[in-house]
Ligand binder design. Structure first.
Ligand SMILES: Nc1ncnc2c1ncn2[C@@H]1O[C@H](COP(=O)(O)OP(=O)(O)OP(=O)(O)O)[C@@H](O)[C@H]1O
Ligand SMILES: [Mg+2]
Length: 146
């Protein structure tokens, strides 16, 4: 596909970058004139995916998180990836309330939140190689924009 606009971000997998990442992606999508609720949904989905890379992929050791975003017509495309430990069983990991870190008070709802806030969400993961979350959302097309 030929996008109207694209951007990439690569940053250290540290928790301070989670706020940076969600604001950066939301700012990139502003040209689509999103409703306030849509900005919140985009930010939350990005935040969940980035947090997963920081906490689960790299287990708080060093690593890089990659974000690619594209715009085409009224649609926002987001890919968030890491080169961390990967996921054993993606289908199970995506089930609501499934978490491998219950001791850290994780609720296992990150993927469920991404799914509900975005129009499309897919997870690709390979053990020992990393994980990629691919999301899409139509933005700014709602009549009650605001
Ligand atoms: N990038 C990733 N790398 C490795 N494992 C991951 C990654 N993202 C998710 N997982 C695995 O999938 C599980 C489910 O993720 P999900 O975000 O739904 O829940 P959580 O992170 O455990 O809890 P919450 O997001 O509610 O704080 C995680 O517990 C973890 O085992
Ligand atoms: Mg999570």
């Amino acid at each position: 596909m030929i996008y109207d606009n694209e951007m990439t971000l690569n940053f250290r997998a540290v928790s301070t970058n989670e706020a940076f990442a969600r604001v950066a992606v939301a700012a990139f999508a502003l040209v689509l004139d999103p409703a306030v609720s849509e900005i919140t949904e985009i930010k939350t989905a990005v935040s969940e995916a980035v947090t997963n890379s920081i906490i689960h992929a790299y287990d708080s050791s060093e690593g890089i998180v990659h974000i690619w975003c594209g715009l085409k017509d009224n649609r926002l495309y987001i890919e968030i990836s890491d080169s961390g430990k990967g996921i054993d069983d993606v289908q199970t990991a995506m089930e609501p309330l499934f978490t491998t870190k219950p001791e850290q008070e994780r609720s296992g709802l990150g993927f469920t939140i991404m799914q509900s806030f975005m129009d499309k969400m897919e997870v690709f993961s390979e053990k020992g190689k990393g994980t990629k979350v691919v999301m899409e959302k139509s933005v700014g097309v709602c009549e009650n924009n605001g």
